[in-house]
Write a protein that binds this ligand. Structure first.
Ligand code: PMP
Length: 284
């Protein structure tokens, strides 16, 4: 495997950034994950638009031009021969002696990696559905920025695994689901309406979530952007998660209680099946 690090393509196993990188010391950086499917990078424009927003919110500069970054992403995918898998990109404020204040004259660090993913894993999860647990929302209030500060997400997903589940849904003080540890949360009402939380605050505006709005429109499905409670989710017709890595994956149990008949819903599977056609595709 090959990784791109600050201007060079290096063997993945020996690629590294300096110990005083601010990503390492302060989680002072942002990232993106794009899906690669059938040799295409999916929704790259949306991911780079969101990267731009994350960088601006943190006053980190672009490590190179957007068009140059697009070239690097394609190159990393090709050099790793990824047809089905993921691209990961991370930009941190850069390397500087440890000091909370922004360093002057430092170049942002850029890492781009790509890896193959076994498609049978996602297919199996789509077929069987996944289980989620709920955990109290304990993150900061700028989770709309895609920072590498993911410790609450790590702990929540580890708690899910310990409970025999595959994802954790954060629940705010009003009892509403915000989002998953690494995904957006959705339900389908008895009337077949898709419900997902508004992305103006309290969640990351998922790129997959935005594309699923288009998929829903194409399938003639109604979407409501509003908060929903855990109780409403447990009583829903269907529930599912969305992310670049999971696309749309059915949830069949919440905190050990089955959703509907405990099998994946038909609406989420129709969204999943129509996703690739609707998404933006860039040949790697
Ligand atoms: N919320 C969180 C907290 C995430 O980590 C992710 C995955 N990056 C998402 C939502 C889904 O975003 P996307 O569809 O852009 O992958």
């Amino acid at each position: 495997r090959v990784a791109y690090v600050n201007g060079r393509y290096l063997p993945h196993a020996s690629a590294g950034v300096h110990i005083e990188d601010r990503g390492y010391q302060f989680a002072d950086g942002v990232y993106e994950v794009c899906e690669v499917a059938r040799g295409f990078i999916v929704d790259m424009r949306g991911h780079l638009d969101r990267l731009d927003r994350s960088l601006r919110e943190l006053k980190i500069g672009w490590p190179m031009s957007r068009s140059a970054l697009e070239v690097v992403i394609g190159e990393v995918v090709r050099r790793n021969r990824v047809k089905i898998g993921l691209v990961y990109l991370q930009v941190t404020r850069g390397v500087a002696g440890r000091d909370f204040l922004f360093p002057a004259g430092v170049r942002p660090s850029l890492v781009v990696t790509a890896k193959k993913v076994d498609p049978s894993v996602g297919a199996k999860r789509a077929e069987n559905g996944i289980k989620v647990i709920t955990v109290p929302e304990n993150r900061w209030d700028r989770v709309d920025i895609k920072t590498v500060g993911l410790l609450p997400n790590v702990l929540a997903k580890e708690a899910a695994r310990a409970a025999g589940a595959q994802e954790a849904w954060f629940v705010d003080r009003d009892g509403n689901v915000t989002e998953g540890g690494s995904s957006n949360a959705w339900i389908v009402t008895k009337d077949g309406v898709l419900v997902t939380r508004p992305a103006d605050r309290g969640i990351l505006r998922g790129i997959t979530r935005t594309t699923l709005f288009k998929v829903a429109a194409k399938l003639g499905l109604k979407v409501e952007e509003r908060a929903f409670t855990v109780a409403e989710a447990k009583a829903a017709r269907e529930a599912f998660i969305s992310s670049a890595t999971t696309v749309a994956t059915p949830v069949v149990a919440i905190d050990g209680e089955p959703i509907a008949n405990g099998h994946p819903g038909s609406i989420v599977l129709s969204l999943r099946n129509a996703f690739f056609d609707v998404a933006e595709k860039r040949q790697a």
